[in-house]
Structure formats: structure tokens, C-alpha cells
Design a protein around this ligand. Sequence first.
Ligand SMILES: [Zn+2]
Length: 252
Amino acid sequence: MPKWIRGHASGFRIVISAVATVTSVLLAVLPVVSVIKVSAPVTASVVLFAMYLWAELGHSESSVQQAHVKDLQDFAGWAEQVVGLTHGFDFSTPKAKSFRAHFPKLGKEIDDWNGLMRQLPPIDARFVEFTNIEEPMRLGLGANTALPSMLNLVARGFLSLPNQTWQVQSGWIQAINQGTYAVVPLPPDEASTCKLISDVWDSLTTVDEKPAVQEYQAMHRKVEALRATLNDGLRTVQAKHRPEGHCDLCPT
Ligand SMILES: [Zn+2]
């Protein structure tokens, strides 16, 4: 028995017994000779019952359909949140399969997104290894300098070098804009200071050319482009009241 009938079975039973009771009462109280007259209330009852059924079926179908549409919209809302967090997600659940059946283009894009999310961690790790370990080591710097953060922010486009003011204070070479970066400790002599400043400046201004950074930037451009495409598609689904296509969970 389809789900929508199960949900209304008790309602049907009540109406059927009500009609049966009314009919039997009418038959009992009216003389046999009035059978012809009885047919009028019986017909009326049958017509009313048919009207009730028609209304019930129409209502049930539309509410089940509405629930299904809401499931698709909710899935799209959840997917938008996951995409916003730059996470991959499980796309193998029955609701996910239903979503893919209705929106195959978005399904393919979610597969692509999950693919990018699998590639992302080693690329991010490689980038951080370059900015936090390799580059400071190459310049002979310890872990306590601000060079890693500055390289990271410049490579990600969050820090503009021309906007920095440079100064020496408390034994550190500092860069100041909205915040202060204690970039590197001031070396003991002038020659070492000149070389270190030159190396640090060169490191910061050429960071975009380094392979680990280029790979990171290329990957994140792909992520941002796909995020924008997915957000468009997922928001459209959330606004849809008549989704195209069909799936195994569609009400019959
Ligand atoms: Zn469906």
C-alpha cells in the first residue's frame, strides 16, 4: 500500500463506517415501499464519499510531493553549508542519490568538488611547508620570525607589500601597516643586515613564482570558481518548487 494511503487509512475507515451507519439507519426506518426514495440519500452519501476521496487523494499527493521537494531543498541547503566550509561530503546517501537524479549537472559538480577536496590537503600542506619551514630555513631564520605569516598572506593576496612601513625597533626589523610584523631579528653588523633585508625582500616579492605557491594558488582558484558555480546552483534548487526530473523517492 502506498505511503500516502497508509497515512489516511484510518480516515477512510471512519468515513466508510459513517456512510454505512447512515445508510443502514435510513433503510431500517423507512418502509420497504420507499426504497425508491431511499436511493436519493444513498446516492447523496455515495457522491459525498466520492468527493471526500477525491479531495483526500489530491491533498495527500500534494503534501507528499511538497515533503519531497523540501527534502531536495534541504539537501541543497546542507550542501551549500558544506561547500562554504571547504569540506567534501558524503554523496552516496539515498537523499544524495535522489538529489543527483533530479539535478545531474549539480551532481557532477559535487563530484568535482569532492575531487578537489581530496586534492586540497597535500597541496595546502606543501604550501605551508614552503612558507613555514623551507623558506625561513633557506634564509637562516628560526621559527619565531614573522616571515612565514607574511609569505602566507602575500601569496594569498591578503597583504600588500607596498603598503608596509619598515622600521627597526627593539632589535627587530619590523613591517607595519594595520598590524606589526616582527619580520626578522636585526643582525649584529651592517653587512649581514643588508644581506638579510635584501633576502627577505626578495623572498616576499617573488613568493608568487615559487612552485608550491603556484600550485596552491591554481588549486584555490579552481576551488573558488567551483564554489561560486555550486552556490548558484544550490541556491536555485532551494528556491525551486517544481524540481525537474524524477528519482526513486518521487511520490508516484
Ligand atoms: Zn524525486
